[in-house]
Design a protein around this ligand. Structure first.
Ligand code: ADP
Ligand code: MG
Length: 343
């Protein structure tokens, strides 16, 4: 069992400026696994931007044209758990042997290997063996390799042997194309003005966009109504409330930007204006407190900053809380917003 989901293909993976390099590298690998210089291929990007879809498409493509090849997709979480289990049951050798048989190893979300030294050692061993035998390795991560904290240097240096490509948030045109394609795939008619409205309104990630479409389809069949702008607005309200019940980085950034009356973009920009720096530091502080993102990942989502910048920000905010009563009050006010969301 390859653990591949046949629904994820290149055919339904929309190409745009946001994913062009990653997609074409993936396509090259899919057509010549193990023999291009893209070995390993590392795809990184934020949540819901299409990492899993893309690497699964690579796997499906290879499997379809080379049925004899052993293509294996595994999440890093599963890899870790399997490894731990094999240690407990004294089956480490079987675990290793199984992976050494793989022709194409696709390992998703390698940031999950952070700090798991023994598992990394095993992965390093498997990686070297497969790579030396000309087998293809494909990986994904939620941040660039250089920011993968808690990953051994010798493993990181291996990642650099191949190609690293990122996925960006989809631009407006790509979002339009994704909506059209998804609706077409489901055989559902959607007027152009609704496509445009949704593409304009949901600009974070593709998963959220899909959530809105699902809700829209549900509303349409529930109300026995054709899809129109009014229905789209309803669906959007519905889903955005849902989305906001969890504290994620986007929500923290939006809320803090609004509170300090600075633009969302400025939090990710280079500017050193004092009010923006403060807002940025506060947002990082809450990101650390309320999300499970690593320091590296937080830095990455704030315009590609270093993890040491995040540490510095968290420290600065903590110090200010201790010394500045007004500041402390603002922090507490903001904190309430996140606490109620977090439930
Ligand atoms: P990630 O692994 O980066 O969190 P996923 O690969 O799970 O993201 O993608 C989230 C959803 O968005 C999936 O249903 C996927 O099919 C869809 N998706 C992402 N990017 C694209 C794209 N370029 N074209 C079509 N669908 C996409
Ligand atoms: Mg994924």
């Amino acid at each position: 069992n390859s653990q591949l989901n046949p629904a994820y293909t290149f055919e339904n993976y929309i190409e745009g400026d946001c994913n062009r390099l990653a997609r074409s590298a993936g396509y090259a690998v899919a057509n010549k696994p193990g023999t291009t210089s893209f070995n390993p291929l590392m795809i990184y990007g934020g949540v819901g931007l299409g990492k899993t879809h893309l690497v699964q498409a690579i796997g499906n493509n290879i499997k379809n044209s080379n049925p004899e090849k052993f293509v294996l997709y595994v999440s890093s979480e599963k890899f870790v758990n399997q490894f731990i289990e094999s240690v407990k049951t004294n089956n480490v050798q079987d675990f290793a042997n199984f992976y050494l048989l793989v022709d194409i190893l696709i390992i998703d979300d390698v940031q999950f290997l952070s700090g798991k030294d023994k598992t990394q050692e095993m992965f390093f061993h498997i990686f070297n063996h497969l790579h030396q035998s000309g087998k293809q390795i494909v990986m994904t991560s939620d941040c660039p390799p250089r920011d993968l904290k808690g990953l051994e240097e010798r493993l990181l240096s291996r990642f650099k042997w191949g190609l690293t490509a990122d996925l960006q948030s989809p631009d407006f045109e790509t979002r339009m194309a994704i909506i059209q394609k998804k609706m077409q795939g489901d055989g559902i008619d959607i007027p152009d003005n609704v496509v445009e409205y949704l593409a304009y309104s949901v600009d974070t990630n593709v998963r959220e966009l899909e959530g809105v479409l699902i809700s829209l389809i549900a509303q349409s069949s529930l109300n026995r109504k054709e899809i129109d702008l009014e229905l789209a607005k309803q669906a959007l309200k519905h889903i955005i409330e849902d989305v906001e019940t969890e504290v994620n980085l986007d929500f923290i950034q939006k809320t803090v930007a609004e509170y300090f009356q600075v633009s969302l973009d400025s939090l990710k920009a280079k500017t050193r204006k004092k009010e923006i720096v403060t807002a940025r530091q506060v947002a990082m502080y809450f990101a650390k407190e309320f999300t499970s993102h690593s320091l590296k990942s937080i830095g990455y989502h704030f315009g590609g900053r270093d993890h040491s910048t995040v540490i510095h920000s968290v420290q600065t905010v903590s110090d200010l809380i201790d010394t500045d009563k007004k500041f402390k009050a603002s922090i507490q006010e903001l904190q309430k917003k996140f606490k109620t969301k977090a439930g």
